[in-house]
Design a protein around this ligand. Structure first.
Ligand code: NAG
Ligand code: NAG
Ligand code: NAG
Ligand code: NAG
Ligand code: NAG
Ligand code: NAG
Ligand code: NAG
Ligand code: NAG
Ligand code: NAG
Ligand code: NAG
Ligand code: NAG
Length: 652
């Protein structure tokens, strides 16, 4: 007698029919199907037959259609998951957005279901996971909520939630309340004054503003509070002296996770935060905090500390680095000062992410010793006065992102780096260093490669076919643009500008990636006719071929670049008539043809509003003849209204 079926994220592809043998298992108590793909199977009324079912979860499984009323027959249900995304440790970002959207649309009947109150009134229900649906309207039953309800996850839904009404009805036994990204309406009054059992509260991404109400910072029971991505401003309270005397010492709080990032909080970080004894996760990044880090943290369990992008200054206390559990440390983009010998400071073998970029720090390594951070995934040491590659990376098999820009490292990219993150490295930023040599790149999963402003020479180090961003601008690379570039069908940014590349522009340049938005070949020695065929429906917004030796006519397929905003063909040997066939490009702002061999008359315009978005047109130094048609210039409305600073155009 099967009582439990778990097919969690087993990626099951099949449809469930009413005659499925699944429905013969009448005694089923637990059915976990979340994280699968049921190809839009309906949630069948037959699910209502499992009278003994206590745990039922269909979240993120591509079911479609209505939620049948029969679900309310499952009177023993303790936990019901109908969320669009997986709560159970799943990674939301991995959900295919299109599938999710399609599925959610088909769940709009969920609204009616909520209105009847059946879900909330299931008498034994303890947990309801109803996040990530797209039902446009919803409200909650006024009474008869399951008095056992402990966990209510309503985040990420499209319907708005009337908070005062919700608070009136939820039983006081509630321990977990998740209302992130929830279109909250109404005020959030003394939220915790009634929900005294609350342990987990998520109000992130809700446009909440003003000062953080002291009642939300009542940490007598709360273990996890997420107020990130709101518009909270002002200072955090210096202490909790006001109404509750038991509350004035941070050291009596049991809170483990406090996330206030992405608000507009200012002032210094109050001392009670450092005193929190059980703190594991503290996220204050992207605010306006000032002052120094005061002393250090009392908690020995701190594993995530995120203070990036504030206005903190001064020395960083040693204690910040020395937690044995430290997993994620972000101190980037502040004004911290001092010299840090990393391996001496860092004690945690768990370290997975470290970002010290953009401060006034000077970071050095003890490259003679065998330090290792085997779990390190992300390392950011941009502008840290670093003079060599950190050897400790040798053992970081899962390295995913390495940012070392704006440092003083000289010479070659070391060979051992090739072995690091061979299948995991996604982001490599070595821009603005003094590097001279790099071999063809071995990383299979590289998505972002930024090598601009170094002293690299030799042939282009073409990288993985899944690259999305590639800039090698301002180096001395030579040779042809390899045709293997045509395999990079995910590229949206390609910048080879200011090198010594020669040869022709490969024909595929106009259609190898339908995402390509920027193609910058400015300042090379490319020659020959531009034979590139631009595909219909391409995404190109910026095409810069300025300062090469290109000749002959323009490819007429340029007219398919409907998104083009900047077309810079200046300083070549192009020989064609004025391209009035580009006059219908709706977004073209900048057209530069200067210093070429364009000839003939300008103004054979066939439309009423030629070049209607144009703000800068530079035709100088060509062989145009005849008179300039007033029609063009009368119609350059955009140019007349343009704000002066919006488009700057550098004459090179
Ligand atoms: C179940 O029903 C589906 C759809 O009606 C049908 O295609 C399938 O053959 C049936 N399977 C069994 C085992 O009866
Ligand atoms: C949603 O419903 C529409 C119309 O009933 C159907 O065509 C579509 O396949 C369904 N989508 C999913 C993901 O099941
Ligand atoms: C609440 O439950 C009681 C008793 O079961 C019932 O009489 C009443 O109609 C219910 N109220 C609502 C609004 O469902
Ligand atoms: C707390 O509960 C009482 C009784 O149900 C209610 O009158 C009051 O409005 C609630 N307070 C808040 C802030 O929701
Ligand atoms: C950062 O600190 C340095 C030295 O302490 C100081 O000169 C500088 O003005 C500070 N910068 C900012 C943006 O606060
Ligand atoms: C470095 O590691 C190697 C191999 O793990 C070991 O033999 C050697 O003693 C270590 N050296 C130091 C200085 O720790
Ligand atoms: C940068 O590091 C070098 C040693 O590599 C050191 O001599 C220099 O003082 C550092 N510069 C700053 C601004 O800290
Ligand atoms: C690389 O770093 C530089 C300097 O910090 C930054 O401007 C650039 O955007 C970074 N490149 C990418 C691809 O993120
Ligand atoms: C493009 O990729 C295919 C398949 O991976 C490979 O066979 C082909 O040689 C590549 N083309 C170029 C020009 O690198
Ligand atoms: C690009 O265009 C060329 C020439 O029109 C064509 O042969 C090739 O198949 C196209 N490639 C893609 C990826 O569309
Ligand atoms: C431009 O091309 C035309 C026709 O192809 C040719 O007659 C003319 O000489 C060329 N002009 C220059 C300056 O090369």
């Amino acid at each position: 007698m099967a009582v439990l079926i778990t097919l969690v994220a087993a990626i099951v592809y099949f449809r469930i029919f009413f005659n499925s043998s699944l429905f013969l298992l009448r005694h089923l108590q637990t059915l976990y199907l979340f994280g699968n793909d049921f190809r839009g199977s309906p949630i069948l009324a037959e699910f209502g037959q499992f009278k003994n079912m206590t745990h039922f979860d269909l979240s993120d499984s591509n079911f479609s259609g209505h939620v049948p009323m029969e679900i309310s027959h499952l009177s023993k249900l303790v936990s019901l998951g109908l969320g669009g995304s997986s709560f159970y440790g799943g990674n939301k970002s991995k959900i295919d957005a299109a599938t999710f959207k399609a599925l959610s649309r088909n769940l709009t009947r969920l609204r009616d279901f909520i209105l009847t109150g059946n879900i909330f009134q299931l008498p034994k229900l303890q947990g309801l996971y109803l996040f990530g649906n797209e039902a446009p309207n919803g409200s909650f039953p006024e009474s008869n909520w399951s008095s056992h309800l402990e966990a209510l996850y309503l985040s990420d839904n499209r319907f708005s939630i009337d908070l005062p009404l919700l608070l009136k009805n939820v039983p006081r036994s509630l321990t977990d309340l998740s209302l992130g990204d929830s279109n909250l309406v109404g005020s959030y009054p003394a939220l915790l004054s009634n929900l005294t059992q609350l342990v987990y509260l998520d109000l992130s991404s809700n446009f909440l503003s003003g000062k953080i109400p002291p009642s939300l910072l009542n940490f007598k029971r709360l273990r996890s509070l997420d107020l990130s991505y709101n518009n909270f401003l002002g200072q955090l309270p210096g202490n909790f002296s006001s109404h509750d005397s038991s509350n004035h010492l941070g050291s009596s709080f049991l809170i483990t996770t406090l996330s206030l990032s992405n608000n507009r909080l200012n002032g210094t970080i109050p001392s009670w935060i450092y005193a929190l004894p059980c703190l594991e996760v503290l996220e204050l990044s992207n605010n306006l905090f000032t002052g120094e880090i005061d002393g250090g943290f009392q908690s020995t369990s701190l594993h995530t500390l995120s203070l990036g992008n504030n206005m903190l200054h001064g020395l960083i206390p040693r204690s910040v680095f020395q937690s044995l559990n430290l997993d994620d440390l972000d101190l980037s983009s502040n004004n911290f000062t001092g010299t840090l010998e990393l391996e001496k400071l860092l004690k945690s073998k768990e370290l997975s992410s470290l970002d010290l970029s953009n401060n006034n720090l000077s970071v050095s390594f003890e490259n003679s010793k065998n330090h290792s951070f085997p779990n390190l995934q992300d390392l950011g040491l941009s502008s840290c006065n670093v003079s060599e590659f950190p050897h400790f990376l040798r053992s970081s098999k899962w390295l995913s992102s390495l940012h070392l820009s704006h440092n003083q490292i000289q010479g070659s990219v070391p060979k051992w780096l090739w072995e690091v993150g061979k299948n995991s490295l996604d982001y490599l930023n070595l821009s603005h260093i003094l590097l001279t040599y790099i071999e063809p790149l071995p990383w299979n999963n590289l998505g972002y490669l930024d090598l601009r402003s170094n002293l690299f020479s030799g042939p282009l180090p073409i990288a993985s076919p899944i690259l999305q961003f590639l800039s090698v601008s301002k180096n001395q690379f030579v040779g042809d643009i390899p045709t293997s570039i045509c395999n990079m069908s995910s590229l949206w940014m390609l910048d080879f500008s200011h090198n010594n590349l020669s040869g022709i522009i490969p024909q595929c340049m106009g259609n190898f990636s339908k995402w390509l938005s920027v193609l910058d070949l400015h300042g090379n020695k490319l020659h020959g006719t531009v034979r590139t065929t631009f595909a219909k429906g391409n995404s190109l917004r910026n095409l810069d071929l300025n300062s090469n030796h290109l000749e002959g006519p323009l490819p007429r397929s340029l007219v398919y670049c409907r998104n083009l905003e900047v077309l810079d063909l200046g300083n070549n040997l192009l020989n064609d008539t004025f391209p009035d066939w580009l006059e219908t490009l709706p977004n073209l702002r900048v057209l530069v043809l200067r210093s070429n061999r364009f000839y003939g008359s300008i103004g054979n315009s066939k439309t009423r509003n030629p070049f209607r978005g144009l703000r800068i047109m530079d035709l100088s130094n060509n062989e145009f003849s005849g008179i300039l048609p007033t029609k063009y210039f009368e119609n350059f409305k955009a140019m007349m209204n343009a704000e002066k600073t919006m488009y700057t155009y550098e004459v090179t």
